[in-house]
Design a protein around this ligand. Sequence first.
Ligand code: AMO
Length: 444
Amino acid sequence: MTLANLRTHYTADIVPEKVKDGATVTLAGWVHEVRDLGGICFVVLRDREGRAQVTLVKKKIDRELFKAARKLVRESVISVTGSVKFEEKAPNGYELIPEKIKVLNLAASPLPMDTTGKVEAELDTRLDSRFIDLRRAEALAVFKIRHQVLQAIRKFLVEKGFLETATPKIVATATEGGTALFPITYFDREAFLNQSPQLFKQILMSGGFDRVFEIGPIFRAEEHDTRRHLNEATSIDIEVSFADHFDVMEILENLVAYTYTQVLENCKSSLEILGVELKVPQTPFKKLSYEEVLEIVNSRSDEKMQWGDDLSSQAEHLIGQYVFETTGESHYFIIDWPTEIKPFYAMPYEDKPKYSKSFDMMHRTMELSSGAQRIHLPELLKSRIESQGMDPEGFDFYLKTFEYGMPPHAGWGMGCERFVMTMLGAENIRDTVLFPRDRRRLSP
Ligand code: AMO
């Protein structure tokens, strides 16, 4: 039930358990379709929760009302007051016999794009007119699922004792390497949009917060123009004190499985609209070491991978295939990466410092998350910053916190869009963001 004047019910609320046959209700939404068959006219009203058929039989209804209904312009906003008639044959099991139709806002025509799904529009056309595109049932379904994903993640982490935090997005220092930063003017100084809450979530470990999570924007100035990169993404980050990389991998795989379960349970109609059949991933996820990955790739491909190389797309493809063939699962971890290709904060193994206590979580060919146990020892951290060609002075505010009692800690960051994208099998990451920011797109 909502604002009684403009609307009494959502279309989906009209069910025999909630509304009596013959009851008067007011629905509000968009004119999805007008079907004028001469003696009878059907108006399909669409709201966020579904559609309702408004039926006008010429002989039985006020002439002016009938004339007005026939002339309704598609995508205009209307409210319809009328009586409910449960009718098995009607699309949602009922029709509305109107007493009053109010046009609240007349839509111009032609529309910038089709909303019925009859004409398929290019991604760019859809994003240019995103407000209309979002009216398509498929687009709305993606965002209902994204909402559920975030709800599930919050619930899971809060129940495990995590505190939700919000750290600054305007910062003075790079976290993931200096090339991919967007500079901004901060009064008379240069500042940057943050690439990751990394340094701050670590500082909170020194602050004694023990386990924190944050869901917020990250900004990456990489010039990628691919179906899996955005310049503004949403990162789901956690950090845990007195934990190592294995502890936080376990949290991650359980969180992924839980989120799938919640989406399956709570988003049935959205999944149906998208034609997605979800399978909850089996835990624990397979763990392959970087060494094993090298071996598998080099035994299966002519393109040889050297120690210290990052995974090429061909290598990712081979490994994703290998895991799927051997386990039937899409999710897996690649662990123990070379220290030199992971960020400075990843903890090297004490007995084999060439390797770090780091991991990536993958879905087939896509990296969804990366994480590590962190260096909590100030001297080692300083030398790692230096050996990556950065100046420790710029990290003063961060390094200081390691000198006065920093517990061992570990954490990870996962891209929300990539998570939703792989869950739904979306072709392009842009479909999982309301208003994507990429190399070419700054508006809307
Ligand atoms: P990383 O840089 O690997 O790690 O980012 C973590 C995850 O964020 C997502 N992501 C992106 N998604 C879309 N477009 C992008 N341009 C983009 N960049 C990153 C990915 C990626 O796996 N501080 C570490 C995390 C940690 O160790 O806690 C970090 O930011 O899904």
